[in-house]
Design a protein around this ligand. Structure first.
Ligand SMILES: Nc1nc2c(c(=O)[nH]1)N[C@H]1C(S)=C(S)[C@@H](COP(=O)(O)O)O[C@H]1N2
Ligand SMILES: [Mo]
Length: 392
């Protein structure tokens, strides 16, 4: 044989017909692409909302009502991310023969497209891996998870938009031109014998996504509780019927929290700085509210909280009516030892300095002596073991 060099290089997977499965086709790729597009868009939007709530720029105000809104947006974030795992793996398997396309690079725009796919595939795998690992509180990387996950999201969504733009005509043709969906089962076999049909392949991926979603949603949706095989925290399991993310021992607050001389300081932009004992806090009108803890990791659980209203305490101290508050914990170190309360949440009748949970004094792991709990705040902002309120 006397083939010119480039043709002689076509060995192994570069050969024509190296990938005979009829599942490596544009229609399967297009259907999975649309499903992934919807999942990633929902995951991105809900993720950005969560980021904005935790780092609010001037133009953004997150409302205090409905009280369970964050539980829904963050539940969706985690559910769509998890459903995307089997969809992405299926899609990558469907299209991976294109890695061996011949010639490897046709022209400049083809080269750029292949390069952008590197960002898209790398970004998507990075987002799903870091997200799932975070749910398990496993951090096998040197960077701070929220920052890496946040910037990774922009890279991924940017290259996804480029990809959707580049593939729109092919996708439209694959989905609406020629063969109907009903033909899928029939034309899955091409005479080469055994193997999944296209419908069987897509059905298996959809089932995998569905099972993963159901077994994860149980950490938020009470009727699905018994199905939560994969989620590390289950609503209803933990002291006082509520899961705990950070225990008092792990936070290093045991001595300070049990100290009989405990006081909550109220300071900053107030007319009358206060030093409130537990007895003082109990002498405020006690208010009860049913509010969820909705963790960024996707689990959530409702509970009945009781304590002094934050706004009553602020009023006693003579704070302005539009005051914002930084709440700090007895916890000496750690990123989540403090949080900010916007004026919308500080004025809300259900934002409490909670002393009781489900009819009993707070368990030490739930924030005894006092924790903050407010409607529609991410769990990470529901600071436990309060030591100080600074009004700004
Ligand atoms: N001081 C302090 N408060 C904290 C945390 C923390 O690490 N330190 N973790 C937060 C997170 S991430 C969540 S989800 C909730 C969990 O509340 P729970 O343990 O009472 O269920 O508490 C929040 N309050
Ligand atoms: Mo959390």
């Amino acid at each position: 044989m006397n083939l010119p060099w480039p043709e002689r290089a076509r060995v192994g997977p570069f050969r024509d017909g190296a990938f005979p499965s009829p599942l490596h086709d544009q229609r399967v790729a297009a259907i999975l692409g649309v499903a992934l597009g919807v999942a990633f868009a929902t995951c991105f939007a809900t993720g950005v909302v969560s980021h904005l709530i935790q780092h609010p720029p001037g133009w953004f105000t997150w409302p205090a009502r409905p009280a369970g809104l964050y539980r829904i947006t963050q539940g969706l974030h985690v559910a769509t991310g998890i459903a995307a795992v089997p969809l992405l793996l299926g899609k990558l398997w469907t299209v991976y023969p294109k890695l061996y396309a011949w010639p490897p690079v046709r022209n400049l725009s083809h080269a750029l497209e292949r390069l952008s796919l590197l960002l898209l595939v790398g970004g998507a795998l990075f987002m799903l891996f870091t997200g799932v690992a975070n749910i398990d509180q496993w951090y096998p990387w040197p960077f701070f998870f929220p920052a890496g996950h946040y910037w990774g999201a922009w890279v991924t969504i940017g290259s996804l938009i480029v990809h959707v733009g580049a593939k729109a005509p092919v996708t439209r043709r694959a989905l609406f031109g020629g063969t109907r969906l009903a033909d899928l089962a029939a034309d899955g076999h091409d005479g080469r014998g055994a193997g999944l049909t296209r419908r069987g392949f897509l059905g298996a991926l959809a089932a995998a996504a569905g099972v993963l979603t159901l077994t994860t949603a149980g950490q938020t949706v009470a009727p699905l509780r018994r199905l939560t095989l994969l989620s590390p925290r289950r609503p209803g399991i933990g002291p006082q019927g509520l899961p705990v993310n950070k225990s008092a021992g792990a936070a290093g607050v045991l001595d300070a929290a049990w100290d009989p001389a405990y006081h909550l300081e109220v300071a900053g932009a107030v007319d009358r700085p206060l030093r409130l004992s537990l007895g003082d806090l109990r002498s405020f009108p006690q208010h009860e509210a049913v509010l969820p803890i909705a963790c960024v990791e996707g689990w959530s659980a409702s509970a009945r909280w009781r304590g002094a209203r934050l706004r009553d305490v602020l009023e006693r101290a003579g704070a302005r009516s539009d005051a914002e508050v930084r709440v700090e914990s007895l916890q000496p170190r750690g990123r989540y030892r403090a949080s900010d309360v916007t004026h919308v949440h500080a004025r809300d009748a259900d934002t409490l300095l909670a002393l009781e949970l489900n009819g009993e004094p707070l368990h030490i792991d739930h924030g005894y002596p006092v924790r903050l709990i407010g409607p529609n705040r991410p769990g990470v902002l529901q600071t436990k073991w309060l030591s100080r309120l600074t009004v700004t």
